[in-house]
Design a protein around this ligand. Structure first.
Ligand code: SF4
Length: 907
C-alpha cells in the first residue's frame, strides 16, 4: 500500500462520513466527496473524458451526467457534491441518449484514422464510440484543421484530435505550476494555445501527454514503436533522482518504447522530463557490450573469463605486495541495494579493506554525520506525501523544482492547500515563484542566516518549551549565548538578507504547528556543511518540529539510490545499517555473518582515496557506476590521481570520462535490465524489475562482483537477488521485516523491523534513536575562499532540470540534448554590464585551479557577484574550477557550492 493511501485512510477516520445511494446501493463516503468520486470509490462506472481525480473538477465533457432524485434534470457527477441521503441513478435511457450525443458531437470533428492512430486501443474516445456504437454521424460538417508544427522535441501534437477536455491545460497549471498553455477563443474556434513548440515556457514533463484521453498528445520518441496492446508493461523505479518515482516501462521487442506511471504511487503518476522521456539511453548504440582491457595504450575486447581473471590477478598481486589498504572501491548510487551490499562486502571480505565509499560523500555525508550525531539517524525524517500536511515549508539550499521535480509538485500542491513557503537560496530558483518569503543569502552564509532566525525565535520566546524539556539536551545558557551575536542586523550584514525578512521568516516558521525543512546540496556541499546541518537541526528542535506528521528535517537525496547505497554500508566507517566498523562487537557480528576476518580501522573516504592515489599509497581503485573524472572537485588533480593508479577498473554502462582512464572496463547492466531494490529519499525501499535484456555480453553488476570475488578467493554464492536482500535484513534490523513479496505494492519505509511492521512514515515519534535530540552550538565561519580583486565572483555549481549528474545517461537522449545542448554560466545583468557581456557571449571562467570556456546566460537568477555553472557538461567541466582540498572537517565533503572565480569575455 502506498504512502498516500495510508495517509488517506488516517484522514478518513477523522472526517465526517455521509451516506448516499447510487443505483440503489447504499454507500458511505467522506463529506465533500463528489458523486463521481463516491461512485469510483465503490467501483461504479460513470464515463468521463475530462475528469482526473488528481485535478480540480471541471465539468467540461458532460459525459458524467447522472440523475439525482429531486433534481429537474441530469447533473455532472464530477462537479456535484454527494450529500447525505442523496439518491443517484448513473444510467437511464435519457442519460445514455445524452451521452451518445456528446460522443457523436466529438466525433463529428475528429479524424477517423483509428487504423493508423498511435493511441488506438488505448483511446478513451475510441472506447466510447465503440460502446455507443457510433458509426454514422448526424453532425458531420465543418472540421477544424491545424497546421502540424513540429518544433517540440518531446511531444507530438495533433490538435485535430483534441477534444478540448482541458486536462492538459489544467495539469500544467494546477499540478506543474507552469501554465504554459491555455484554451484560446470560444465555441468552434476554441483551441489549445500557444502551440506546443519549444519556445513555450515548458518543462517538458509530459504530464499533458499522460492525461490526454485521445491521440492529440503523444511522446515523440515512442511513435511507431508499439501500440499499447503490443507492449509488455513492467513496473520499476526511476533511475534518476532520489524522489523514487514509480515507472511503468512499456516494452516492445526488447526495447523500452514508452514510460508512464500509475496514479497510486509515491509520485501520484506524475513524472519529470527525465523520468518520462529520458529512457532512450537504455538502448543506445553507445552502450558497453563487452569487457575491454587496455593493451598497448588502446582498449581491446576481451572475454569475461579473461577480464575477470586479469582483474583478480592484478588485485591479488597488489594486495600481496602492498596490503589490502592499497586498494579502494567506489560503489554506485545508481545501482541497487543488493549490488551495493555485495560491493562493500567484496571490498571488506574479499579484499580486506574498509576503503569503500561512493558519491554520497559529495552530496549528503555532512547530513549523515550531522543528523546522526544530534538525532541518531541521518535520513529524511518525514515522507513526501506529508508535505501536503505542512503549514509551512522551509526550503533552504535546494533547487527543488529542477533537482527533485516531483517533490516540488507536492510543495506546489501544499501551497494550493494554503501552506506557506519560505525559500532561502542565493539563486532565484524556479520555486521562488511560489514563495511567500525568499531569503537571497550570500553563498556560504547559511549558519549566519539560521542563527539569525533562531536569535529571533529565542528572543521572542517562540520556542516549543515542552518539546525542548521533554525531548532534547543542550538548550542551555551557553547555547543561547552563542546565538546572541546573530541579531537580525548582524545576520543581515553577513548574509545580505534584509533583517525584516529574517524576522518575518523566523516568526512564520516558529509560529506554525507543522513546519517541514527541506534541504539539499546548498546546505551540505560546504567546507562547513556539517555545521549547516547542525544549525538546521537546532531550528527544528527548538520549535518542536520533529517526531510528528507534516514536519521534520528532510534532506532530499540526489540520486535514485544514494540513500540505499549509504544504508548498505558503502562508506568507510560503517557496515550496512550505519554500524561502526571500529566497534568490536559489531565487527564480530559481521565476521560471523560473512564468515571472514574483517579489518578493524576506518577506511579512506573518496577524496582521501584520490589524495592517496596521487601520493602513491593507494595503488588500485575499483569504480562501479561512478564518474569521478567529471563529478569530483578539482578535476585536474582528480584525473592526475586516477592516472597515477597502478590499476583502475571501471564497471559502467557507458564509456565514461573515468572509464577512458581505466585499465579494464566492464560492461554492467542498466536499471531496466536488473532485479533488486532502490531506496528513495524518504527511506522507501521499492522493487526494481527487469524489463529488457542487456546488450551484448553486458552482465548484471551483482554477478560481476560475485564472479570476481570467487576469483579472489572469497565465494559469494547467491542464486537470486532475493537471497542477498534476505541477508541484508540479517545484517540490518531496520530492514529485517521486509521481503520482496511485501515490497510488491508500493514499497515500505524503513525502519521495518518485523514482518508485521507496516514501515515508518515519519521518524522519532516518541523519542530519538540516541535518546534525546541534541542542540549543537555553531558559529558562522567564512568560506574557504572569499571574493578578491583577482577572483571577484562566487561560483556555485549544481544541476539543471534536463541533464542529470555527469550526463552519462541523459546526454544519450536526443530530445534532452535538443533542449539542453551545451554548458553555460549564469551571470547577473549588473555584472554582465560591467563586463560588456550579453547572453550568448563566450566567456572564460578561471579559478585558482583552472579555466573553462563557455556561453554566458545573462539572468537575474543569481544575485550580483554570484555566478552559476551546471556540472553536467564535459566540454566545460565546472569541477575544473572547484576545490578538492577545502573539505568539511567532519564529513570530508568538498566545498562545491563556493569557489571564487574570474569571468572574462573572449572573442
Ligand atoms: Fe525520476 Fe526524479 Fe523525475 Fe521522478 S522526479 S521522474 S524520480 S528524475
Amino acid at each position: 500500500m502506498t504512502q498516500s493511501k495510508e495517509l488517506g485512510e488516517v484522514n478518513e477516520s477523522r472526517v465526517n462520513m455521509i451516506t448516499l445511494t447510487i443505483n440503489n446501493r447504499q454507500i458511505s463516503v467522506p463529506a465533500g466527496t463528489t458523486i463521481l468520486d463516491a461512485a469510483r470509490r465503490n467501483e461504479i462506472h460513470i464515463p468521463t473524458l475530462c475528469d482526473d481525480p488528481r485535478l480540480e473538477p471541471y465539468g467540461g465533457c458532460r459525459l458524467c451526467l447522472v440523475q439525482v432524485k429531486g433534481m429537474p434534470r441530469p447533473v455532472t457527477a464530477c462537479t456535484t457534491p454527494a450529500t447525505d441521503g442523496m439518491e443517484v441513478e448513473t444510467s437511464n435511457a435519457e442519460i445514455e441518449r445524452q451521452r451518445r450525443t456528446v460522443v457523436e458531437l466529438l466525433l463529428s470533428d475528429h479524424p477517423n484514422d483509428c487504423m493508423v492512430c498511435e493511441k488506438a486501443g488505448d483511446c478513451m474516445l475510441q472506447e466510447l464510440a465503440y460502446f455507443y456504437n457510433v458509426r454514422e454521424n448526424r453532425f458531420a460538417g465543418e472540421r477544424r484543421t491545424y497546421a502540424k508544427k513540429d518544433m517540440n522535441p518531446f511531444i507530438e501534437r495533433d490538435m485535430e484530435k483534441c477534444i478540448l477536455c482541458g486536462k492538459c491545460v489544467r495539469v500544467c497549471d494546477e499540478v506543474q505550476g507552469v501554465a504554459a498553455i491555455d484554451i484560446a477563443n470560444r465555441g468552434f474556434g476554441s483551441k489549445i494555445s500557444p502551440p506546443f513548440d519549444k519556445d513555450l515556457n515548458c518543462e517538458f514533463c509530459g504530464q499533458c501527454v499522460s492525461v490526454c484521453p485521445t491521440g492529440a498528445l503523444l511522446g515523440k520518441e515512442s511513435l511507431g514503436k508499439g501500440r499499447q496492446k503490443d507492449v509488455k508493461e513492467v513496473e520499476t523505479v526511476c533511475p534518476y533522482c532520489g524522489c523514487g518515482c514509480n515507472l511503468t516501462l512499456h516494452v516492445s521487442r526488447n526495447e523500452v518504447v514508452r514510460v508512464t506511471s500509475k496514479q497510486d504511487t509515491v509520485n501520484e503518476g506524475w513524472l519529470c522530463v527525465k523520468g518520462r522521456f529520458g529512457f532512450n539511453f537504455i538502448s543506445s548504440p553507445d552502450r558497453l557490450t563487452a569487457p575491454l582491457i587496455r593493451k598497448g595504450g588502446a582498449f581491446a575486447e576481451a572475454s569475461w573469463e579473461e577480464a575477470l581473471g586479469y582483474i583478480a590477478e592484478r588485485l591479488t598481486a597488489i594486495k600481496s605486495k602492498h596490503g589490502p589498504d592499497a586498494i579502494g572501491g567506489l560503489a554506485s548510487a545508481r545501482c541497487t541495494n543488493e549490488e551495493n551490499y555485495l560491493f562493500q562486502k567484496f571490498m571488506r571480505a574479499a579484499i580486506g579493506t574498509n576503503n569503500v565509499d561512493h558519491c554520497a560523500r559529495y552530496c549528503h555525508s555532512s547530513t549523515v554525520a550531522g543528523l546522526a550525531t544530534v538525532f541518531g539517524s541521518g535520513a529524511m525524517t518525514n515522507s513526501i506525501a506529508e508535505i501536503e500536511k505542512n503549514d509551512v515549508m522551509f526550503v533552504i539550499g535546494s533547487n527543488t523544482k529542477e533537482s527533485h521535480p516531483i517533490i516540488a509538485l507536492r510543495m506546489i500542491k501544499a501551497k494550493r492547500k494554503g501552506a506557506k513557503l519560505i525559500i532561502a537560496d542565493p539563486r532565484r530558483v524556479p520555486l521562488v515563484r511560489f514563495a511567500d518569503i525568499w531569503l537571497q543569502h550570500r553563498p556560504g552564509t547559511d549558519v549566519a542566516l539560521l542563527n539569525g532566525m533562531m536569535h529571533v525565535i529565542v528572543k521572542e520566546n517562540l520556542v516549543d518549551r515542552a518539546f525542548i524539556e521533554s525531548m532534547t539536551d543542550g538548550f542551555d545558557e551557553e547555547f543561547k549565548k552563542n546565538l546572541e551575536p546573530y541579531s537580525p542586523e548582524a545576520a543581515e550584514s553577513i548574509t545580505g538578507v534584509p533583517k525584516d525578512l529574517i524576522v518575518k521568516a523566523a516568526r512564520l516558521y516558529a509560529g506554525s504547528k507543522k513546519a517541514g525543512i527541506y534541504y539539499t546540496m546548498g546546505i551540505t556541499q560546504h567546507a562547513h556543511g556539517t555545521d549547516n546541518v547542525y544549525a538546521i537541526a537546532n531550528l527544528a528542535l527548538m520549535t518542536g518540529n520533529l517526531g510528528k506528521e507534516g514536519a521534520g528535517v528532510n534532506p532530499l537525496r540526489g540520486q535514485n539510490n544514494v540513500q540505499g547505497s549509504t544504508d548498505m554500508g558503502c562508506i568507510p566507517n560503517m557496515y550496512p545499517g550505519y554500524q561502526r566498523v571500529t566497534v568490536p562487537a559489531i565487527r564480530q557480528k559481521f565476521e560471523a555473518l560473512w564468515n571472514v576476518k574483517l579489518p578493524d580501522k576506518d577506511g579512506l573516504t573518496a577524496p582521501e582515496m584520490l589524495m592517496a592515489a596521487e601520493k602513491g599509497s593507494l595503488k588500485a581503485l575499483y569504480i562501479m557506476g561512478e564518474n569521478p573524472a567529471l563529478s569530483d572537485p578539482d578535476l585536474t588533480h582528480t584525473v592526475k590521481a586516477l592516472k597515477a593508479l597502478e590499476f583502475l577498473v571501471v564497471q559502467d554502462i557507458f564509456m565514461t570520462e573515468t572509464a577512458e582512464l581505466a585499465h579494464v572496463v566492464l560492461p554492467g547492466a542498466s536499471f531496466a535490465e536488473k532485479v533488486g531494490t532502490f531506496t528513495n529519499t524518504e527511506r522507501r525501499v521499492q522493487r526494481v524489475r527487469r524489463a529488457v535484456n542487456s546488450p551484448g555480453t553486458a552482465m548484471k553488476d551483482s554477478l560481476i562482483i560475485m564472479e570476481l570475488s570467487k576469483r579472489m578467493g572469497y565465494e559469494m554464492n547467491y542464486s537470486h537477488t532475493v537471497e542477498i536482500f534476505r541477508e541484508i535484513g540479517q545484517a540490518w534490523p531496520a530492514l529485517a521485516g521486509m521481503s520482496y513479496a511485501r515490497l510488491e505494492d508500493g514499497g515500505i519505509q524503513w525502519p521495518c523491523p518485523t514482518p508485521d511492521h507496516p514501515g515508518t512514515q515519519y521518524l522519532f515519534k516518541g523519542g530519538f534513536p540516541r535518546g534525546r535530540g541534541r542542540f549543537t552550538a555553531v558559529t558562522y565561519q567564512p568560506s574557504h575562499e572569499e571574493p578578491d580583486k583577482e577572483y571577484p565572483f562566487i561560483l556555485t555549481t549544481g544541476r539543471t532540470l534536463f541533464q542529470y549528474h555527469t550526463g552519462t545517461m541523459t546526454r544519450k537522449v536526443r530530445p534532452i540534448n535538443a533542449v539542453s545542448p551545451e554548458p553555460f554560466i549564469e551571470i547577473n545583468p549588473q555584472d554582465a554590464r560591467a563586463l560588456s557581456l550579453e547572453s550568448g557571449a563566450k566567456v572564460r571562467v578561471s579559478s585558482r585551479r583552472g579555466s573553462i570556456t563557455l556561453k554566458a546566460v545573462v539572468t537575474k537568477r543569481p544575485g550580483k557577484g554570484v555566478v552559476f555553472i551546471p556540472f553536467h557538461f564535459k566540454e566545460a567541466a565546472a569541477n575544473i574550477l572547484t576545490s578538492g582540498t577545502a573539505l568539511d572537517p567532519v564529513a570530508k565533503i568538498p566545498s562545491f557550492k563556493v569557489s571564487t572565480v574570474r569571468v572574462e569575455k573572449v572573442s
